[in-house]
Design a protein around this ligand. Sequence first.
Ligand code: FAE
Length: 534
Amino acid sequence: MSALSRRRFLGMSALGSAAALGLTTVSTRAAGAAEHSPAVIVGTGYGAAVTALRLGAAGIPTVMLEMGQLWNTPAEDGNIFPDMLNPDRRAMWFKDRTEAPLASFLWLDLVNRDIDRYAGVLDRVNYGDMSVYVGRGVGGGSLVNGAMAVTPKRSYFEQILPRVDADEMYGRYFPLANSMLGTNHIDPEWFETSRAYQFARVSRKAAHEAGFQTAFVPSVYDFDYMRREEEQLVPRSALASEVIYGNNHGKSSLDKSYLAAALGTGNVTIETLTEVRDIAQQQDGTYSLSVRRIDEHGTVLGVRQLTAKYLFLGGGSLGSTELLVRARDTGKLPDLGEEIGRGWGTNGNVMLGRANHSWDPVGELESGMPALGIDNWDDPVSPVFAEIAPVPAGIETFASLYLAITRNPERGTFRYDPGADRAVLQWSESQGQPSIDAAKRVFDRINEVNGTSYRYDLFGDTRAFESRFTYHPLGGLVLGEATDLYGRVNGYRNLYVTDGSLIPGSTGVNPFVTITALAERNIDRVLAEDIRAA
Ligand code: FAE
C-alpha cells in the first residue's frame, strides 16, 4: 500500500468511527480540544483540505474548524443525503423551506418543500439581488457540487492571474490537483448509448446544428460506477436524482480524497459544528480565534478562544472574506487594507432552459452529474462555456437546462454591517446583464436554427435567464491584491488565504480544480519559506 493510500485508509476509518460515535472531533489520535495549535485552518473545502494535507504531512499539528456537520452516517431512511425530489431537513442549512435553483416548473412551485431547521448540507446565502449557493459540512462544496473537474484554458488563466507562473501551474499543480481529486473521463462510446445522457445528446445535436462545439467535461464522479448504476448492479446515486443535496455514492468528495489523507498523517484534527466568529492578533503575533459551537439544531453550546501561530482561511469566498472584513472594521485586525472585500464575482453564472420539440425527448432518466458542455469560449464577442445540466425529475420534461459560465467583468464588494455583524455583498441585478447578453447570443442562435424556444416557467416568474444566483462565488480576497502572490494577507505575518476568495471573480470554467491547484502551489511556497525555515 502506498503512503497516500495508507493515509487515506486511516483517515476514512477515523471519519467512519467519529460519525458512528456522533463525535464532533475527528482525528486518528485520541485528541482533546486543545486551546493552542501551531496551525489552524478555517473550513474544510478545497483550499482548506489541500493545506491540511500538506501541513500534516510536514509534521505540523493542525486543527481544522468547520461550521457544518460530518456527513458520514445514514439516517433512518438508510441514506446519508436526501435526493433532489424528496428533500428533507438534511438538504439545507437552517431554512424553513428548501430554496432550489429551479424555483418552479410550468410556473408551479413543485420543486421546494417545507423542512425543519437543521444543519443541512446546502446553504443559499441571500444578499438582496444575489444569492450564493455553498456547501456546509466536512468537505465544503465538494459534498453538494456537480463534480465537474475542469482545468481552465491556459490563455484565460494567464489573463486572470497574470503574475502566477503558468508553466508551473500547467506542468505541476493542475496535474497534481486532478490526480489527488480523482478526476476521471467518460467513455465516449458509453456516452453515445447511455439512457442517462440522452438529455445531453439532444442538447449537443441542437448546438452542433447551430455551429457550436461541445466538449466532454471531466468529473470526480466515478463514471464506471455510473455505468454500473445504469446496469442496476450497484445502488443508484447520480441516476437516482441525487445532486445539490449530496451524493450517497460514486462521488470522490474531499472527505474521501484530501481530507482522508490529511487525517491519515496523524497530525490533523477536524472539529465540526464549530464556527469561527472573530479573529484578532495577540501581542506576541499569534492569532486568537473566537469559536462558537452549535448542535445540529442550531443551539449554541458555547463560545471559546483558540490560539494559533499560523492561521489559514479556507472558509470559501463568502466565509473567509466575511472574517477579514469583520476583523478590519471592528478594529481587531486594523492594518487590513481597502482591498479586503473587493473583486468578488459570480464566474459569470447564468442559468437558462430551452423547450425541445416533442419528437426530441430528453428521456426520463437523467444523470445528476453533467458530462458535456457547449464550448464557445474562444468567441471574442460572447465567450460562453455552458454546461448541459440535468433536470433529474424522473419524468420526460422536453426541457434542456444549461448553467452558462460567461466572462462578466462586473465585480461586487463586501461591506461590514455592524447591526447584523455580517459582511454584506454589494451587487445589483443589472450587474448580471453582461452574462445574460453573452448567453443570449449563443442560445438565440441555437433556438433560431433548431426552431425551438426558451423556457419561461423555471425561475419563479417569466424570465428566461436567471443571473441572480451563483454556484461559483469567487474573489473578495484577491491574490496579489488583498494578499501577496502566495496568499499571505497583506499587513499580517502568518495569516493566509487558501480558497476561492483568491480568484478574481472568474475562471471561465467550473472552479474547484483551479482552487485546488492554486492552494497546492501556495502551500508549497509557504511551507518552504515561512514554516520550515522558521
Ligand atoms: P468551500 O468548498 O465553499 O468550503 C468552505 C467551507 O468552510 C465550508 O464547508 C463552510 O461551511 C466552511 N466555513 C465557512 N465559514 C466558516 C467559519 N467562519 N467557520 C468555520 N467554517 C466555515 O470553499 N465547482 C466545480 O468546479 N464543479 C462543479 O461541478 C460545481 N458544481 C457546483 C454545484 C453546486 C450546487 C455548488 C453550490 C457549487 C458547485 N461548484 C462546482 C463550486 C465549488 O463547489 C466551489 O467553487 C468550491 O467548493 C469552493 O471551494 P473553497 O475551498 O473556496
